[in-house]
Design a protein around this ligand. Sequence first.
Ligand code: SF4
Length: 183
Amino acid sequence: MNYANIKNCDIANGPGVRVSLFVSGCTHHCKGCFNEVAWDFAYGEAFTQQTIDKILKLLEPTYIRGLTLLGGEPFEPQNQEPIVKLLRQVKAKYPEKSIWAFSGYLFDRDILSGKLGKPEITEEYLSYLDVLVDGPFIEEKKDLSLRFRGSSNQRLINVPESLKTGSVVLWEDWQGNGRGIKG
Ligand code: SF4
């Protein structure tokens, strides 16, 4: 896997101040995509253990609330294994920090079905996520007032609760119930 960018102080892609990893490669090709250069799987730099070490270091300050994965497409089959390698290490070192991911695939239709790569890798990947923002960017549904997403079709999904209940639980609904979630 290659990656396009790492941001060390991102306040736009999830709650609080976060470290964001923009991976390379995306097959969705949404009209109006915010990051077209990252469609190319060969764009950017090689993602290595050195990159993981750099991200672990960037996550260290207490004001960093967590890690966000974007792209490109973090759920393309060839991107999943390197990301799981990263998440294993992040969770081991910082179990209290939240992990968010953005995907153009749909959680229930595409990701849970296990058709994107190896099912055991996808399963492990999901076990590390707190929130998944799913669905492609649809220019006709663009809405700048929405929090953490570009178009109104995209959903902010509470992943642990959705896996537990077997149906899609939205992050806002969960928060609205006052039960709180690491986010
Ligand atoms: S899924 Fe994201 S990165 Fe891929 S084309 Fe759509 S907006 Fe761009």
